[in-house]
Design a protein around this ligand. Structure first.
Ligand code: AQP
Length: 337
């Protein structure tokens, strides 16, 4: 198989730990879909990462396939992008182990996601939760990408990937390419609609502050109508992240789905108050997500097609991953098979 070398390479993934949210879409998938022509792109369903928190096996399997259908429905054409399931590429777990041995306890302890997740899962603070960033470093470094698009919350992990890669390269020579994180300007952090100081997450805010990619219009509208704005008396649509986080979050969402700037949004809603603004944001989101939801529903009925996509993706991904892993094995001193 010929490897494409002309385009720069990009890689990212999402855990199928819950149904994709508007946050996963605006912070990640939407930006991926816009780059397929410029980059050689690899995107995966991060099922190995998902099990750092207990999952119901049937739900995990269903969500992994649904996520693939949703990636495609969001515009990730499998002809242009390599789409695969992380656990199908054994090299992730293998390089993950090796990089565990090049990741320091202190570095892993400082990761804010580890601190957050262990506070929320006190009964299951497992080693996988702790070493999550070295597996994430393996996910990235296996593919030698130039760019890693992530939301703001994952930036710290990409920075640790740099540290681990530099440490490894410092000992063995230039084995890994050092990729740049790409954090989108709008949508890097979509907050819960009912708690604008907390990130909108797949596995949290169960039936309150999150909007799912597959939510029907009436549910989306209900969520936006009950979104928290401000307790101030101003009742005016103005971007002020510190003093008006709820309104700022709604403006970010509106900006991301309409392409309008914050200034244009402020002008559009002069004298309108939150009562009118909230359903307008809801309607814009409904219309933006409608074709995605319909296409994902159609794809979910075609299991044979989805299977062909992830098998094809695994073949392409494993070719690249194996090349890096073989080099790493040789460098650290493992005897060739
Ligand atoms: N609310 C968000 N705003 C912007 N970006 C977001 N991302 C996730 N939520 C938001 C980005 O999506 C990518 C994949 O994330 P992930 O699912 O692998 O991990 P996560 O960030 O831990 O996502 P969740 O939704 O919070 O999942 P759970 O609840 O299972 O931990 C990343 O690039 C992330 O930044």
């Amino acid at each position: 198989m010929e490897e494409i070398v002309s385009k720069k390479r990009m890689l990212s993934g999402i855990k199928p730990s819950g149904d994709l949210t508007l946050g996963s879409y605006l912070g990640a998938v939407k930006n991926w879909a816009e780059r397929a022509d410029q980059y050689e792109c690899f995107y995966f369903m991060a099922d190995l990462h998902a099990i750092t928190v207990r999952q119901n096996p049937a739900d995990l399997r269903r969500r992994t396939l649904e996520q693939l259908a949703q990636y495609i429905a969001c515009g990730l054409d499998p002809e242009k992008n390599t789409l695969f399931i992380q656990s199908h590429i054994h090299q992730h777990a293998e390089l993950g182990w090796i990089l565990d041995c090049y990741s320091m306890f202190g570095e892993l302890s400082r990761m804010t996601q580890f601190k957050d997740k262990s506070a929320k899962n006190e009964e299951n603070i497992n080693a996988g939760l702790f070493t999550y960033p070295s597996l994430m470093a393996a996910d990235i470094l296996l593919y030698q990408p130039d760019l890693v698009p992530v939301g703001e919350d994952q930036k710290q992990h990409v920075e640790l990937t740099h540290v681990i890669a530099r440490r490894f390269n410092g000992i063995y020579g230039e084995v890994f390419k050092i990729p740049e994180p790409f954090v989108p300007k709008v949508g890097a952090r979509i907050m819960s609609l009912t708690n604008p100081t907390a990130k909108m997450s797949k596995s949290e805010n169960e039936d309150t502050g999150r909007v799912l990619l597959m939510d029907p219009p009436e549910v989306i509208m209900k969520q936006f109508k009950r979104a928290i704005t401000d307790s101030d008396t101003e009742n005016c649509v103005r971007y002020d992240k510190v003093n008006k986080p709820g309104v700022a979050n709604l403006m970010t969402i509106y900006s991301a789905v309409t392409g309008k700037t914050y200034e244009e949004i402020e002008n559009e809603f002069i004298g309108c108050g939150y009562g009118k603004f909230k359903p307008m944001v809801g309607e814009a989101v409904v219309e933006h997500l409608r074709p995605i939801r319909e296409e994902a529903q159609r794809l979910m009925k075609d299991k044979a097609y989805l299977e062909s996509v992830y098998r094809d993706g695994a073949e392409k991904a494993s070719y690249v991953a194996e090349k890096t892993l073989r080099k790493v094995y040789k460098k650290v001193g493992f005897v060739a098979k």
